[in-house]
Structures are given as structure tokens and as C-alpha cells.
Ligand binder design. Structure first.
Ligand code: AMP
Ligand code: GLY
Length: 420
């Protein structure tokens, strides 16, 4: 099959790496891709939020299957356009992707389906939102209702911080018609849970834990994610059953009942408090860097699973799990998630021995005349698999030692919660 992957991050490099190993894959194209993806696929620079441009490319290249990586094309309805034009696509419809793109929609689904989540109130008027703060208990969580590229959530420990957060959300014109959610803070341990769904059947494909803060010991500002590991032992088999029965299944059933069945990967951000799971948020895509550890563990079968979703064959599909662990460490540019410079050279990348046990996935990279340069905040993902988490961790950090990039920063403590 000729396969097209949309996106340019480490997540999409890990898809490309897994898909290429599958014998069903004949040609691989990525749009726009990055320097790592270009080693195994042809990269084409188009606007991936323009459904017709994507469909035109797919027709021109005789593409049989499209995999959508990030949320922006889902929010723009690219999956709908591709389906309407007869092109098989792994990714939910715009309406189903509202589970990620509208937090108030998700709260409403949770109410209707009885899914445990933090109680929240939605405001379109900033003065009403601010007045509501007087009744709140702290910490309190302030969220932009729409997509905010991971920057729309503030956990406020006092009224002044909450007021500033509300002002900041309404300062952005794109938030004015979607508004703000104010919700109760849930204390606990976070875990990411991933399932595939073909509209009806649910197939769990693993757990992971992200490390959102920039600094060791979970300190400093939030980032897109500085490292991840899978599986995450905090989600015990009993808890997983509860997550499926009380959170995932009712959500999928409610989406089906409304005539907007969910097809694709659903990523549930959960909080475990006193051995009970609560839904914090849904994403309509894989996490980045969580995808990198899931792809490391799934390998070539990842494509068979995506294919089964699109052909609605999940009820006859199984995941072949090895008893393994994977861990990824994100290398970012000095200054990230604040201001940073692009264009510093990364040397000795070729010294990384790539195998089914270790990969250095690229995120913000660019290649020029055989040399690699940085092209973003999160740049590389040193990713490894092992029979224990410690083994995977040791291998991932060894990958970093072999790379020569003085401008790179990374956390030293990825996996600490599971290893402590
Ligand atoms: P989100 O973008 O919804 O994932 O939120 C970003 C981060 O804010 C989450 O990963 C949590 O760490 C935190 N967060 C969001 N909602 C809550 C909540 N109700 N209680 C505690 N922490 C939360
Ligand atoms: N790593 C968090 C996310 O992809 O949303």
C-alpha cells in the first residue's frame, strides 16, 4: 500500500518507523515530515490543514491510506474531506474530534454518559467567570475551551493567578467565542491511556506517563512533554477495567448514540485519586512523546491496527504484546519552552545505532547537505525498549551520550515515578 502520514514531529517519525517495517507498506510519503522522516519517506511540503490539498496529493501519489498525526488537521475537518473523496483515513471526523477540540463538549458528553470527571462551569463572559471565582476553592483550574496547543490550562493556587489566567484567555480573540471553563482541581497521579476505536469496538493499546514540566523533579513551566515511558504501572489491571467500564465505553457509546461515532485513536488523560480514575481530558490523536514509546512497543503491527480501525475490523483484531518496556527522553533546544534559537548543528547523529530496540526519533530537525540542524523547540527523542524499565531507560540515556549537540537540554529523571 502507498501510505501518507500527516505531521512533522517525533510522533510522526515513530509512525513512519513502525509503518515502514510492515510488509503491507510499499511507499511512504509524509507531509510535511522532518529530517528524520525524510530518511525513510518522501517528504512533501503542503498545508496539512487544507483537506482538498491533502486529498489532491493523495490522488496524485496513488495513496491508499492516510494517517493523521496532530490535532490541527482533525479540527479542520481533513479526515471528513478525505472520506468524502473516497480516501481511507485513520483519524476521527471533525465532529468526533470535538472530544479534544471543545472542553465544554467533552464535559457535556461526560454528564450524559456518567463519566467521572472534575465538575466544571463554562463561561462566555469574562466578568461572570471572574464573579464565579469568589465561590471557588483553591487550587482551581482555568481552561480555555478551545484548542490551545497545550497552553490553555492554568492550575491557579490563588484568586490573583486565576483572574490573570481568565484575562489572558479572553485577550486571545480566538478564545472569545469559545470562552473559559473553571473546574475543580483533582489531586492525584496522571496517566495516559490509549485505545483504538472503529466506531463501536474498543481496543486498548497501552498506557504511558508523560513528563510535562521542563525541569527535573517536575519543576518549571509546562512543555509539550519532555519524556515518557510505557507501560505506566500506576494503571493496575483493576484500575484499567474501571477506566474502560466507567470512562471509555460510556463515552464511545454516547458518541455512537449521537450519530457521531468515534473512529481513530482516543487518548484519555486520567488522574488517579485514592485508587479511583477521573477523566481530565481527551485527545483525538496520539500524544507526543507518548506515541514514540507506544510505537517502539507495537512495531510493525501498529499499521495493521490502524488498518483494522479504518476497515471496522477491530472486533477480530488482537494486539501482540511482548513483556517489554519503552522509554523516551526528549532533547530540546536551550530556552524551550520560552524563547529559543533555531539552526544549531547536531553532530554525530549517525553514531546512533538504530534497531528495533533503540531509535533516535526526530522532531524539530532540518537537513542540509548531509548535516542536521535544529528547527524547533523539541528536537530529538532518544527512545529505547528493554525487558525492564531500567534497561530501557539506561539505553535511552546512552543514545544521548553518543550525540554531539551542546545546545541541547533534557531531563535526567524520566521514569522516576515508576522506578522510585
Ligand atoms: P490539559 O491540557 O487538559 O491536559 O491540562 C494540562 C494539565 O493541567 C494536565 O495534564 C494536568 O496536569 C492539569 N490539569 C488539568 N485539569 C486538571 C484538574 N481538573 N485537576 C488537576 N489538574 C488538572
Ligand atoms: N504529550 C502530551 C500531548 O501530546 O498532548
Amino acid at each position: 500500500m502507498n501510505i501518507l502520514i500527516l505531521g512533522s514531529g517525533g510522533r510522526e517519525h515513530s509512525f513512519a518507523w513502525a509503518v515502514m517495517q510492515n510488509p503491507k507498506c510499499h511507499t511512504l510519503i509524509a507531509a510535511p515530515g522532518n529530517a528524520g522522516i525524510s530518511q525513510i519517506a518522501t517528504c512533501v511540503d503542503i498545508d496539512i490543514e487544507d483537506g482538498n490539498a491533502v486529498a489532491d496529493l493523495a490522488n496524485e501519489k496513488s495513496i491508499d491510506f492516510v494517517i493523521i498525526g496532530p490535532e490541527a488537521p482533525l479540527a479542520a475537518g481533513v479526515a471528513d474531506t478525505l472520506r468524502a473523496r473516497g480516501i481511507p483515513v485513520f483519524g476521527p471526523s471533525k465532529q468526533a474530534a470535538q472530544l479534544e477540540t471543545s472542553k465544554s463538549f467533552t464535559k457535556e458528553i461526560c454528564m450524559a454518559a456518567g463519566v467521572p470527571t472534575a465538575p466544571a462551569k463554562h463561561f462566555l463572559d469574562p466578568s461572570h467567570a471572574k464573579a464565579f471565582l469568589a465561590e471557588g476553592t483553591y487550587p482551581i483550574v482555568i481552561k480555555a475551551d478551545g484548542l490551545a496547543a497545550g497552553k490553555g490550562v492554568v492550575v491557579a493556587s490563588d484568586t490573583a493567578t486565576a483572574l490573570t489566567a481568565i484575562d489572558k484567555i479572553f485577550d486571545d480573540p480566538s478564545n472569545r467565542h469559545t470562552g473559559v471553563l473553571i473546574e475543580d482541581y483533582i489531586e492525584g497521579q496522571e496517566v495516559s491511556y490509549f485505545i483504538l476505536c472503529d466506531g463501536e469496538t474498543i481496543l486498548p493499546i497501552g498506557t504511558a506517563q508523560d513528563h510535562k514540566r521542563i525541569g527535573d523533579g517536575d519543576t518549571g513551566p509546562n512543555t509539550g512533554g519532555m519524556g515518557a515511558y510505557s507501560p505506566a504501572p500506576v494503571l493496575t489491571p483493576n484500575l484499567e477495567k474501571e477506566v474502560l467500564n466507567r470512562i471509555i465505553s460510556p463515552t464511545i457509546a454516547e458518541m455512537y448514540r449521537r450519530g457521531t461515532p468515534y473512529q481513530g485513536v482516543l487518548y484519555a488523560g486520567l488522574m488517579i485519586r485514592n485508587a479511583k480514575p477521573f477523566l481530565i481530558e481527551y485527545n483525538a490523536r496520539f500524544g507526543d512523546p507518548e506515541a514514540q514509546v507506544l510505537m517502539m512497543r507495537l512495531g510493525a503491527q501498529a499499521f495493521d491496527l490502524f488498518h483494522a480501525v479504518v476497515e471496522k475490523r477491530l472486533c477480530e483484531t488482537r494486539v501482540n504484546w511482548a513483556d517489554d518496556h519503552a522509554l523516551t527522553v526528549v532533547l530540546a533546544t536551550k530556552g524551550y519552552p520560552g524563547e529559543f534559537q533555531k539552526g544549531s548543528e547536531i553532530k554525530r547523529l549517525e553514531d546512533v545505532k538504530e534497531s528495533s530496540l533503540q531509535m533516535c526519533f526526530h522532531a524539530g530537525t532540518r537537513e542540509q547537505n548531509g548535516k542536521y540542524f535544529t528547527n524547533g523547540g523539541r528536537v530529538l527523542n532518544a527512545t529505547a525498549r528493554g525487558s525492564s524499565l531500567q534497561e530501557a531507560r539506561d539505553s535511552a540515556y546512552k543514545i544521548i551520550e553518543s550525540i554531539d549537540w551542546p545546545d541541547g537540554i533534557y531531563r535526567q529523571d524520566i521514569g522516576w515515578r515508576a522506578l522510585k
